[in-house]
Design a protein around this ligand. Structure first.
Ligand SMILES: [Zn+2]
Length: 271
């Protein structure tokens, strides 16, 4: 019995030490898989995905994806540095790829590995619309939302963890794929929660504004996203990013705040 209690205490200590602080909310979040394990897995899975899909290069759309991605990354770094989180992105290896696929989707894996599908471009419509999508996806990654879902699932399944999960075995790799954007390899990718969506909307809005894109465009993008599901299968992005009626009004209400945030960084004109 005493031994069992000791294990429980050890386990709890493991859980506590495996918490990370979300720099955007200041909240403690569960991070059972440390970035030192998560990022190499992420980078390898990303490379594998790119090797199995058609990456678009040398087009103006591909150039736009790179341009918007770089601006969002710079905005994230500026925001984090200004808010006392210098070094937060040290292990990030940003990459922005356009993939030839008619699926209406985009995602960002841990460590800044981004894919935009050509199928989403008619919905994003313009560069600011693309910035809204990429800002939102980067926000999920920065706030470790995937990591939190993965950690919660481990706890639910009673997997014994003391901050040291091996994600080398196949079951764990599948879990990884399920919680981060590579749906096609395992069938279904699990949706983000409403709370995570709201958080990513706000952070994404700030990032796009600091990057110089009109934050009012985010609400327009989500309007187009829901319209895209009329009469046909809903966009893949919506299956992993549940939307609700208040999303558009929230984004509209937050846009002036995002402009003010951008002004702190000297950004006062938006495209
Ligand atoms: Zn989302």
């Amino acid at each position: 019995m005493k031994l069992k209690n000791a294990f429980i205490i050890l386990g709890m200590a493991g859980l506590i030490s495996a918490c990370a602080t979300n720099p955007f909310t200041g909240k403690k979040t569960m991070a059972l898989v440390p970035n030192s394990q998560l990022f190499p897995t992420s980078f390898a899975q990303y490379d594998q995905f790119l090797s199995e899909n058609k990456v678009v290069t040398g087009t103006s759309d591909a150039a736009m994806v790179t341009r918007v991605g770089q601006k969002i990354a710079v905005a994230a770094e500026r925001w984090l540095n200004a808010n006392g989180h210098v070094g937060y992105l040290n292990d990030y290896k940003w990459e922005y790829k356009l993939v030839d696929d008619k699926t209406i989707n985009a995602w960002c894996m841990p460590g800044g590995k981004i894919v935009v599908y050509t199928g989403i471009l008619p919905v994003t419509k313009n560069e600011a619309g693309l910035a809204a999508v990429m800002g939102h996806e980067v926000a999920h990654a920065l706030a470790n939302h995937g990591q939190q879902r993965m950690s919660a699932a481990y706890v639910q399944q009673g997997v014994a963890i003391a901050g040291n999960v091996a994600i080398k075995d196949e079951a764990s790799r599948n879990a990884f794929n399920q919680y981060y954007g590579i749906g096609s390899q395992v069938g279904v990718m699990l949706p983000f929660s409403r709370a995570h969506e709201t958080e990513a909307d706000k952070i994404g809005l700030y990032l796009m504004a600091i990057a110089g894109y009109n934050p009012e465009e985010a609400a327009e993008l989500w309007k187009r996203m829901s319209a895209a599901s009329n009469g046909q299968a809903p966009p893949e992005l919506l299956s992993t990013h549940p939307s609700n009626d208040s999303r558009i009004s929230n984004l509209t209400a937050l846009a002036p705040e995002a402009r003010k945030e951008a002004a702190k960084f000297g950004v006062t004109s938006f495209k």
